[in-house]
Design a protein around this ligand. Sequence first.
Ligand code: ZN
Ligand code: MN
Length: 478
Amino acid sequence: MTREAVVEPVLPEGWELVVGCEVHCELATATKLFCGCRNGFGDEPNRNTCPVCLGLPGSLPVLNEAAVAFAMQLGRALGSTVRGSVFARKNYFYPDMPKDYQITQYDQPTNVDGFLELPTGARVTIERAHIEEDTGKSTHVGGSGRIHDASYSLVDYNRAGVPLVEIVSAPDIHTIDDAKAYVAELRAILVTIGVSDAKMEEGSMRVDANVSVRPAGSDELRTRCEVKNINSIRSLGRAIEYEARRHIDLYNSGQAPRQETRHWDEANGRSTSGRSKEDSEDYRYFEEPDLLPLDATADEIAAIDDAMPPLPAGRRRLLTDAGVDAASAVILVDRGHDHFAAETIRVGGEAALVARHLVHNLPDGPGEVDPAALAALVEMESTGALSSTQAKTVLAELAASGGEPSAVAAAHGFEAMDTGELEGILDDLIAAHPDEWTRFVEGDRKVQGFFVGQIMAATKGQADGKVVNQLMQARLAG
Ligand code: ZN
Ligand code: MN
């Protein structure tokens, strides 16, 4: 995944954005949260069901230990306090929820008080990350795909009872870039620790954004709207911007938004009103009588911490400490190419060149190149034995079929131009273009490109631009 570099859309002067995110992610367990049905995406509808996840009378939930372990791992990766917790029933009717209640956690969630530090520098508090079961999936047929103008609806209970963690942030996010970075960072963590495949396009990671605005400089929290149905990080940015501008327009015309959920319509680039938002008391939460409270012992938490793989923030820091620029570090970690980069730098590759090749010339990964070969290639490039164009050609071949950079370069006839030969070509050029050379000597650096271009043409691109520049500078100094 690549995070796009975008220009921050600017809200009208005098307003500040306030965003909190609720992110549901499906845990990658083999089976569902309270029964032994398969947890799989894309299976034939209503195959992965049983009396428990269909909510048949008399059936009882049995908690999936692996789901709890995943949830606790995620909690620790988010810097949370992991603690004993209690399941609760959240009561509401919807056809995709056969029991008429969802088993979730309410006032005693497993994970509390976490945070995420973003590559943008922002820090977002994570209030809670609780365990709950997913609902089934409704498909509204005919009309826009929304229920109100559908001819009929279908429901698939394969997803009913799939384990989720809902990650709730504080309303700490104040720019669209930070909102996107927050979700990208969550996804990177989920994938790193292996508890979810976090695919927004398949719904295994779903983002709802609570959006409001306030006068810049104030710390009030105004009425928020919860925007749902956001299918990508790009949509998240568009949806937040649309919603914030809608609120500002309402305030500017003497009105105010009302608290409600809204659906993001990606095709039309707008959000539309859903239901007015319930408050928690509407759900008549009570403790789930069919499940015991959940323990989290100090030993369990210590074992999770011991087994925690290096997280994205630490992996980025490793690269920046080794000399890679921050933007490249984000990309390399997101792509999972950071370990290769670090190894190449460790065996002697110059950090900036290693990062540049991996980011720009090897977006799909190193292929058949090993770290030592890339380090050797980078060395040939930085000593001028290969021009950057030649290095790129050699690299493409190494990635496709492996080998030694020196052998591949020789096979292409890429040999370092003899400096004496370049000096001779430069002498001829100076003689042929005395006026340009005088301008260069007198400080007009624009003509430098002219001479480099002429030498490149004379050597059919064999000359190393950097060496040519050095030769010219040397003549100035001499
Ligand atoms: Zn089941
Ligand atoms: Mn939820």
